[in-house]
Every structure is written in structure tokens, then in C-alpha cells.
Design a protein around this ligand. Structure first.
Ligand code: F6P
Length: 358
């Protein structure tokens, strides 16, 4: 058994679930238990479980056989401890009390932007925190990839591939909406992987006229079908200029459920081409992790166990330049990793004739 500065740690999963969470739990726990004989406490349903003291010991049988399972054995929630509670609950105080009551030396949090930001704020309250980057959106500052992204990209790519045959058979424009509320990484990468003719992301507000002329040009070359991949947070240039409240009201008043249907209607109006919309929704977060996500999640998890052993807290484990390392928790806190306008991948898409909405 190797020496460890951490005797007992708690582990929780928070935010949207995704494939790879259980692989990451397994990576942290197996390394921490087998190499360092640490005591592990599983916290149910994200930060909510730590507020309520919904905590149980995890033993080897809890974290074996879960590598390939989707979702999270711990459960998750979008509980925001630093958000004022309507019922006057002092959530942060409850977290600190339970952290102390269970004699935690560290709290390991698996989550996206919100989860790692809460972890950073809790470290400011004196708790030892380690974060792991989880989200299908891949929008976490400080890491080139989060686990969940690759699995979701596979799901989206497969779905877009299936829409090609429908588009060709019906001479239609097929619009498919992926997740990605703030950043368009998932739409961009799966759109390129599946040969989308148009890819719309939140970072590049679109001009329907540019989209229309691109589709009409395609039709002139005999391509009377097209695939349009749109991130759920995409919007027109006009909408981008509106303030958020007015934009949301306009969308609510339109009675159109989401961006795919809005874009489909605008394309039909602009081009006269028969257009249909598909919203992929939650299937993008379901099912088992891809092999790549399993390796990433396991690598991030075992690296977290080593930091626990060294007593190095206040970090988020990350992958950069293909190498597993870690960054200060302040790096992802309160930030979103947007697709930069000069990202080489955007030029890759343009180079193969993809219209990016402008
Ligand atoms: O953060 C990941 C994500 O899947 C986003 O892409 C999506 O907008 C959001 O979660 C959906 O949140 P919920 O699962 O709470 O509806």
C-alpha cells in the first residue's frame, strides 16, 4: 500500500448525466482503494446529497462492473448551493457541516461548468476540492476535452448519417438539432463528421439569406437535398442583437418549440425548399460510453486518485495536448469555453464547402 495524504474522500456527480460518469467514478475509486486504501463515501444526487447528508460508503463491489454503464450510479441533480434558497435553507452551511461530520479530507466532484464553479466556491469556504470535467458540450475552460463529448458526438453523427438517406430520397432539406446551449462544439464536430452542408453554432449568429443562397447554389449543381446541423443555442444575427429577455419572449410568442423548427421555417420561406426538422434531445446523453470516453474518464479518474494521495487539492484534472494534467479550479470557474472564431476546425469546415451561416 502506498502512502496517502487523503484518508477519506467524498465523490459526487452533478449536472446533466452523460456516458462516462461511471467510468470516471470507477477510475477514481479503484485507484484510490487499490493503491492507497482510502475510505470512499458516495454522495447521492450531486450537491443535494451533501446538503441532506445522503452519503454512503462505497466498497469495491460498488465500483466494479460499472465501466460500460451509462448514467451515474450515484444519481445527479442541478442543485446550486450558492443560489439563494426560497425556503431560507443555508445549503453551504449544511455542506460544510456534513463534510466535517463525515471527516472528509477532500470532495471529488464530477461535473460541467456549474459543478466545477461550485467546487471552486466551496474551496473558498475552506473545503478541499478536486474537479473532473464532464459534459457532452465540451465547453469547460482549461481542458481540451470533457468526457461525454465523444460519446455524444458518435450519437449525433450516427443520427445525421441516417438523415442523409431521407434527404436524398425526398429531395428535402433536413435540419437536425444537437445539444449545446451556449457553445457549439457538439454541433460543429458531429456536423463535420457527418458531412453537414450547413452548421449553425451559438458563436456565429446566422444570416438566413446566406444559408438560403448556399442551399440554392447546391441545388443548381444538382444537389436538391441538404443537411443542416444546428446547436440548440444557435440564433440569427438579428436575435443576437436583442437582449436575452426579449429574445426568449420572441421565441415563446412564436410558439415554435426550438431552434431547429425556427430555422426550418425560415429556410422554407427563404428558398421554397421542402424542409423538415429533427430534435435529437436527450438521446445524446444516453447509452454506454464510447471506447475513447472510457479511456479518458479512466485516465482522469486515476490521475485524481494520485492527486488525492499527494494531498494536492483545489485542482481540476484536465487533458491538454493529449496529456492528462490538472489546472487550478479557478480556471474553469464561471467560464464557458466557446468555439473561437479563429478556431482551425472552423476553417476545416469551410474548406470542405460547409456553410457556417454567414
Ligand atoms: O449541459 C449539458 C446539457 O446536455 C446541455 O447540452 C443541455 O442544454 C442541458 O444539459 C439540458 O439540461 P437538463 O438535462 O437539465 O434538461
Amino acid at each position: 500500500m502506498k502512502e496517502s495524504a487523503t484518508r477519506t474522500f467524498g465523490i459526487l456527480t452533478a449536472g446533466g448525466d452523460c456516458p462516462g460518469l461511471n467510468a470516471a467514478i470507477r477510475g477514481v475509486c479503484r485507484a484510490a482503494y487499490d493503491r492507497y486504501h482510502m475510505n470512499i463515501l458516495g454522495i447521492a444526487n450531486g450537491y443535494r446529497g451533501l446538503i441532506d447528508g445522503n452519503v454512503r460508503p462505497l466498497n469495491p463491489e460498488d465500483f466494479s462492473g460499472i465501466l460500460t454503464r451509462g448514467g451515474t450510479i450515484l444519481g445527479t441533480s442541478r442543485e446550486k448551493p450558492f443560489k439563494t434558497s426560497e425556503i431560507g435553507e443555508d445549503k453551504v452551511r449544511a455542506i460544510k457541516e456534513n463534510y466535517k461530520k463525515h471527516k472528509l479530507d477532500c470532495l471529488v466532484v464530477l461535473g460541467g461548468n456549474g459543478t466545477n464553479t461550485t467546487g471552486y466556491l466551496l474551496s473558498g469556504e475552506g473545503l478541499n476540492i478536486l474537479g473532473l470535467p464532464k459534459t457532452i458540450d465540451n465547453d469547460i475552460e482549461g481542458t481540451e476535452r470533457s468526457f461525454g463529448f465523444h460519446s455524444a458526438m458518435n450519437i449525433c453523427t450516427d443520427a445525421i448519417d441516417r438523415l442523409h438517406s431521407i434527404a436524398v430520397s425526398h429531395n428535402r432539406v433536413m435540419v437536425i438539432e444537437t445539444m449545446g446551449h451556449k457553445a457549439g462544439w457538439l454541433a460543429l464536430y458531429s456536423g463535420i463528421a457527418a458531412g453537414g452542408d450547413v452548421i449553425l453554432i451559438p458563436e456565429i449568429p446566422y444570416d438566413i439569406k446566406a444559408i438560403g443562397s448556399h442551399l440554392k447554389e447546391r441545388a443548381k449543381t444538382g444537389k436538391s437535398f441538404s443537411i443542416v446541423v444546428v446547436a440548440e443555442g444557435a440564433m440569427s444575427a438579428e436575435e443576437a442583437k436583442m437582449d436575452k429577455k426579449d429574445r426568449k419572449k420572441r421565441w415563446a410568442d412564436s410558439g415554435i418549440p426550438s431552434v431547429a423548427y425556427r430555422v426550418a421555417r425560415e429556410i422554407e420561406k427563404e428558398t421554397g425548399m421542402e424542409t423538415r426538422a429533427t430534435v435529437l434531445g436527450y438521446v445524446q446523453r444516453g447509452g454506454i460510453p464510447s471506447a475513447s470516453d472510457r479511456v479518458l474518464a479512466t485516465s482522469l479518474g486515476t490521475a485524481a486518485a494520485d492527486l488525492l494521495a499527494r494531498g494536492e487539492y483545489g485542482r481540476m484534472i484536465a487533458q491538454n495536448g493529449g496529456v492528462i494534467g490538472n489546472v487550478e479550479l479557478s480556471v474553469p470557474a464561471g467560464k464557458i469555453k466557446f468555439v473561437p472564431r479563429d478556431a482551425p476546425i472552423l476553417d476545416t469546415a469551410a474548406a470542405v464547402g460547409t456553410c457556417l451561416g454567414v
